[in-house]
Design a protein around this ligand. Structure first.
Ligand code: HPA
Ligand code: ZN
Length: 326
């Protein structure tokens, strides 16, 4: 689990990755022990039994609960280095990593601790693992815009090394328009803007994220397929959609991988790429996603190459880095 020795995946950029979603059960137990935290599970096996999700919220409940073991800067650094090592083994050459600052600040971990802990690992990712990285602060859409604005201001004041902002957590009932001022302020600060939309929420949320939040990329976006006008626009504007096939299956956004819309999305000219989302929770890293896509949906080598090239082109990497990777 979490180990990888061989891969058939092409070199890619991972653009949709929550660093807290890379916490493997083994590391959860190791950090709990190190920090003297009592976990509500006897052992790793009992924890693993909780990884049967019925929807997004059932996953989020476990995802937030497990973050309790993240206490020190070193904890965040260790988690991030573990991801980078495993991602590099799976052909990830560039990663744009989201973190959820509010999920840590709200349980008493100082903002500097969580941000510096992740940033310390990213600072040497190219030398250590051959992976260039960028950090994105994601805001929890089931919290208030005031809370998000407060944390954004603190991130800007401390000159946190973030390239942009994202929007995640419980989607339905928390539309993009709730965060108009947050995205405006981020834009004024020169930050790139992305948002989850159209995972569990309707296609209209994708349109709202584009028109109200002015995002450059949509995380997930699969429910665009329910609205031809939205699809036509996304094709025309070549808006990148960071699709996460194994995540969609595990969170029951699609029934089974063989029903996933990705083949059709690619065929009709949407700018799609493949990502892992929360690999410790959804049964695989990017290369595992590619492997399953090849096996179950019979993605050809040229199709896989297109998905990989899309990921690199859709990244916020420098033109020089993109040229190396393409
Ligand atoms: N969707 C929404 N919020 C999230 C996710 C996701 O897949 N992973 C972590 N936070
Ligand atoms: Zn996500």
């Amino acid at each position: 689990f979490g180990e990888k020795t061989t891969t058939t995946a092409p070199p890619v950029a991972e653009l949709h990755l929550h660093i807290e979603g890379t916490l493997q059960p083994e590391l959860i137990f190791a950090l709990a022990e190190r920090n003297g935290i009592e976990l509500p599970y006897e052992d790793i096996e009992e924890l693993r039994e909780k990884y049967e999700f019925t929807d997004l919220q059932s996953f989020l409940d476990l995802y937030y609960a497990n973050m309790a073991v993240l206490q020190t800067e070193q904890d965040f650094t260790d988690m991030t280095r573990a991801y980078l090592q495993r991602a590099a083994a799976g052909e990830v050459r560039h990663a744009e990593i989201m973190m959820d600052p509010q999920a840590h600040v709200s349980r008493g971990v100082p903002l500097e601790v969580c941000v510096n802990g992740v940033a310390n690992a990213l600072a040497t990712s190219e030398e250590d693992f051959g992976v260039t990285t960028l950090l994105i602060a994601a805001f929890l859409r089931d919290m208030s815009e005031e809370s998000a604005l407060e944390v954004l201001d603190q991130l800007l004041a401390m000159h946190a090394p973030i390239v942009g902002i994202g929007l995640d957590s419980a989607e339905v009932g928390n539309p993009p328009s709730k965060f108009e001022r947050l995205y405006q302020r981020a834009g004024e600060a020169g930050l790139r803007r992305i948002a989850h939309a159209g995972e569990e929420g309707p296609a209209a949320y994708i349109t709202e994220a584009l028109d109200v939040l002015h995002v450059e990329r949509i995380d997930h976006g699969i429910r665009c397929m329910e609205d031809t006008e939205v699809v036509q626009r996304l094709v025309a504007e070549q808006v990148p959609l960071t699709v996460c096939p194994l995540s969609n299956v595990r969170l029951r956004a699609v029934d089974k991988l063989s029903d996933h819309p990705l083949p059709e999305m690619l065929a009709i000219g949407l700018n799609v790429c493949v990502n892992s989302d929360d690999p410790a929770y959804f049964g695989g890293y990017v290369d595992d996603n590619f492997e399953q896509l090849a096996k179950v949906l019979e993605f050809s080598v040229p199709e896989q190459a297109t998905l990989a090239a899309n990921s690199i082109r859709s990244s916020f990497a420098s033109d020089a880095r993109k040229a190396v990777l393409l």
